[in-house]
Unconditional design. Structure first.
Length: 119
């Protein structure tokens, strides 16, 4: 049972890394117009922050600290959703990224509820 949990964590971190890379690659495909520069910067920061905070949680000194890192990761996922929706409205197809971000956010939110003993 413990190995299943460890394997899930490893797979989830791999998924977060893959998502970060896919967002970085998405920004490379965006038009070179200056109007996209702040969006590129912000979406890279928010998307990569999700995984960074989940990984950083591993070295937490307490359950509360661990939960706080996951809460920051969830906020970053929410911010990433905003930037993806903005790109969608600018005519960039982001449906695949929105779906993956939503699934990641659901996993993080579920983890927070478990950590807070609300499930």
């Amino acid at each position: 049972m413990q190995s299943d949990k460890a394997e899930f964590k490893k797979q989830f971190i791999d998924r977060l890394i893959s998502f970060s890379i896919s967002i970085i690659e998405l920004t490379d495909q965006l038009p070179k117009s200056p109007k996209y520069w702040p969006i590129k910067d912000q979406i890279i920061r928010s998307a990569t922050s999700i995984g960074a905070n989940v990984v950083e949680a591993r070295s937490s000194s307490s359950r509360k600290d661990y939960t706080n890192f996951f809460s920051i990761a969830l906020k970053s996922a929410n911010e990433t959703e905003y930037w993806l929706i903005l790109l969608e409205r600018l005519g960039i197809d982001c449906k695949v990224y929105l779906k993956e971000n939503s699934e990641i956010a659901s996993i993080v939110a579920s983890s927070i509820l478990t950590l807070k003993n609300k499930r």
